[in-house]
Design a binder for this molecule. Structure first.
Ligand code: 7PM
Length: 280
């Protein structure tokens, strides 16, 4: 039956494939800030629940990448995520990923216990590539067309699947040239980041093309607006659509699924995993 037959190794850790990366946001809008201690306690409790529910990685993010969002200062981002990573590292053995594009946040997060950098800008910010190479941790390189403030205005591609594959292939080449171990790199097509619903569906349908890079594929589809466009459901009613998308992604070759609803996603991926393993 569904075991954990397949594993994927990323930098210093290895996880079953498929696995769920649990989303732990520490932005002011995600927790009503009744003081720092309260928000850390709340986030820790949420992380413990995600671990119990079967998450393989906890992704800590303090920078809103919401379309149209403003920028977060370095000190704000450090204040939000570093105390939480320190606390989390003390109580949990799960790999901790830091969702950031800033070199200083990467350094501080790894010093606090993070072993993965999840960068929606694929290490293109000043100093980020060098920091990741020095830190020698796992990285996830994501594709984005444009920048959060404007990326959804009128995204256009010659061929979205080919364009995303070419971009990621080039970023992987630059990362390896900068000294990052190829075995530490995962790639992500960046659903919703400078893409229409049609682009996102085309990417999901053709995810296998990304496998030509020979690297683990991570996807984030949880509650995204494309799922709202397809189903007509508001963001808090998109769990069934998110699960369907996660299962399709895994059947099409994704090994890591970034999700808000860990227990439900883990359960769904057990079914996908059993089917995939039947063909081994
Ligand atoms: C508002 C809009 C808030 C969008 C948050 C988001 C991804 C990610 C995010 C992803 C990887 C969300 C996004 N999405 N990192 N960070 N892949 N690697 O829906 O798709 O969580 S933020």
């Amino acid at each position: 039956m569904a075991g954990e037959l397949i594993r994927v190794s990323l930098g210093s850790f290895s996880i079953p494939s498929p696995s769920v990366m649990g989303i732990l946001n520490v932005t002011p809008d995600s927790f009503s800030d009744g003081g720092k201690f309260d928000s850390i306690e709340l986030a820790l409790r949420q992380a413990e629940k995600m671990a119990a529910d079967g998450a393989a990685i906890i992704d800590v993010g303090g920078e809103s990448t919401r379309p149209g969002a403003g920028e977060v200062s370095i000190s704000q981002e450090l204040d939000r995520v570093i105390p939480l990573i320190e606390a989390l590292h003390k109580v949990s053995d799960l790999p901790i990923s830091i969702d950031t594009s800033k070199a200083e946040v990467m350094r501080a997060a790894v010093a606090a216990g993070a072993t993965m950098i999840n960068d929606v800008l694929a290490l293109q910010e000043p100093g980020a590539l060098g920091a990741a190479a020095e830190l020698q941790v796992a990285v996830c390189l994501m594709h984005m067309l444009g920048r959060p403030r404007t990326m959804q205005l009128h995204p256009e591609y010659a061929d979205v699947v080919a364009d995303v594959t070419t971009f990621l292939s080039e970023r992987v080449r630059l990362c390896v040239a900068a000294g990052i171990d190829r075995s530490a790199i995962s790639i992500d097509p960046g659903f919703g980041f400078g893409k229409t619903a049609t682009h996102n569906v085309e990417l999901l349908a053709n995810l296998r093309q990304l496998r030509t890079l020979g690297l683990p594929i991570l996807v984030g589809l949880s509650r995204k607006s494309t799922l709202g466009e397809i189903t007509g459901s508001e963001v808090d009613m998109r769990l069934p659509a998110s699960i369907a998308a996660a299962v399709v992604a895994v059947m099409n070759g994704a090994e890591i699924v970034r999700a808000h609803d860990v227990r439900e996603t883990v359960d769904a991926l057990r079914v996908a995993s059993a089917v995939l393993e039947a063909n081994l």
